[in-house]
Write a protein that binds this ligand. Sequence first.
Ligand code: BES
Ligand code: MN
Ligand code: ZN
Length: 497
Amino acid sequence: MLDIAFAKPVLPKSGALALLLEQDAAAGSPTAALLEAADAATDGAVSRALATAEFKGRRGQTTTILAPGAGLSRVVAVGLGKLAELSDRHAEDAGGHAAAALAREPAAAVATVGLTGAQAASVALGAALRGYRFDRYRTTEKPEDKPKLAKLAVLTAEAAKARDAWTAGRAVAEGVFLSRDLVSEPPNVLTPAEMAERCRKLESLGLKVEVFGPKEMTKLGFGALMGVAMGSACEPRMVVMHWNGAGTGKGRKAAKPLAFVGKGVTFDTGGISIKPAGGMEDMKWDMAGAGAVVGLMATLAGRKAKVDAIGIVGLVENMPSGTAQRPGDVVKTYSGQTVEVINTDAEGRLVLADVLWYCQQKFDPRFMIDLATLTGAIIISLGHEYAGFFSNDDTLSEQLRAAGEATGEQVWRMPLGEAYDKQIKSDIADMKNVGGRPGGAITAAQFIQRFVNGKPWVHLDIAGTAWSSKDSAVTPKGATAFGVRLLDRLVATHFES
Ligand code: BES
Ligand code: MN
Ligand code: ZN
């Protein structure tokens, strides 16, 4: 994690510096004053370079000036657009662009003149998030090829307020990093048992953690989850994480907990309905829903959120073998409903079926939100820009949509309906686990809805957003931790006492 400090807005005379600049700044504006200060130290080199580069301060526009004079190694100008239109998200993006442009400097400062303390904390968050890198398994990389940025001073007139806001921002970044680490780990390392062990470590943050193995889950009657696990040499796990932050003070009525449920398929070969070889390595991140739930729970604990929340992850590996389940098998779920397994590659819904039923039976939550890299079909529908969601609750849906706008983890509501539900009728059991190609993400959601027992519920299909093939402002390519920031914001805005 980038080491962030907040300091008074005095420009350093040496080292590396990012200037966050307003678009078309008027004379006398904070931006004009900042440029004057930079020019004073560099004999006008900064303004000359920006004019040559046609830097206008448009949102996201970035220009790097090398060794402009004095002791400055690098000055990076990052456009903010119009200050009056600057949202937290734009401030985060500016921090992300600055961090990317400063990556080769071990230490740097970012001047945020004209921004509030809260916005300066957003700049810090964006910079921290962009600075993430998973390099545990690189052993021969040359030092000069490694990104170096380790310390960042964020210069702001409201340093105290910024520090305050950063306490929560830091916990968010830590939850995101935990989630990205889990999703990035190779599948030979991150087995269900290993992931459960990493969940257990969160007890140090004040979470209560329960781990269920195959014996307990068989005894409970998790026939669907155990059916998926059957082909793997790795034992399945279910992990239940409790965060009790609402407190028990007088006058506070014990509210029902919020519940978050994640699909944690640590590797999805497809099972006997095996996937083609090309790109199969991507299926190591088929546990990203579970990864988001774990990151979220760590965030809530890390910032001591005033809420009671449960996080549950179903962890299995989907393998073909002599003990694997077959197409045609009928399994009995924990709910008692039976499922004809037509395609062993539609395994995520089988895992969620048992875990969701357990969740609502055991905890009677205020709502359940499940996250899953569930279908290729959602990628066909929405690409990689929005996650698709399905819900039986309009209020919660609108709250979630707004949290998506605010954090940039955008979500788009998809339909549910009886006509879709018909597609999963089975000739021999209560339902089958696939509904054919038309509306594949929707029929998957219909399947899951049969296991929520009418409770307020959202299903988030994050197959298109859990992993990114290109860098963006606050998310380097790779695991995105999609869902952590979205749900943390949902909780913070609507559900904390
Ligand atoms: N894990 C996959 C879905 C997926 C695909 C996630 C691409 C990320 C990227 C899921 O288990 C799966 O295999 N779904 C099948 C369902 C089908 C057999 C009905 C799919 O989408 O093809
Ligand atoms: Mn699958
Ligand atoms: Zn899967």
